[in-house]
Design a protein around this ligand. Structure first.
Ligand SMILES: [Fe+2]
Length: 155
């Protein structure tokens, strides 16, 4: 059924393209952060273990918000590993890095999502989708704050 909420079908499709990339990268980053929560080895184990847990909790909640926004725009959300892989720019962790390298990888990934959101925002603003803009600004705020915390934890 057509969505008649005031955004054209063409604009919805373009917004969904941006959201699909951001959703897939958020999903990949949630998995990577949970991986590091399990596998980190460090004298600061407890702090890092808990910091990573709060980060993947946030990312998993964000995945749901982003996917449901795609549905409200009249499209199906990517929902399989194959689909996430086809959109994501973040690379999976293939081995267990040092704690310091985990922090550096997660920092780079949060910064990448910040840049993706910044690139997407002007077009989405122009298309008049204030709801998606609002969601993405909230995500940008969290990614920038998380990036600061990761940056400040690197040895
Ligand atoms: Fe846990």
């Amino acid at each position: 059924m057509d969505v008649k909420t005031g955004i054209s079908g063409k604009n919805c499709a373009q917004i969904v393209k941006h959201l699909s990339v951001i959703l897939s990268d958020t999903y990949f980053l949630a998995v990577k952060t949970q991986n590091f929560h399990w596998n980190v080895n460090s004298p600061l184990f407890h702090s890092l273990h808990l910091m990573f847990e709060s980060q993947y909790d946030d990312l998993q909640e964000a995945v749901d918000v982003l996917a449901e926004r795609i549905r409200a725009l009249g499209h199906f959300a990517p929902g399989s590993f194959a689909q996430f892989s086809s959109f994501a720019n973040i690379k999976e962790a293939t081995k267990v890095p040092s704690a310091n390298d985990m922090l550096k990888q997660l920092l780079a990934d949060h910064e990448l999502i910040c840049r993706e959101i910044r690139e997407a925002l002007p077009a989405i603003q122009k298309q008049g989708d204030d709801v998606t803009v609002d969601i993405l600004i909230a995500r940008l705020t969290v990614h920038e704050k998380t990036a600061w915390m990761l940056r400040s934890s690197i040895d």
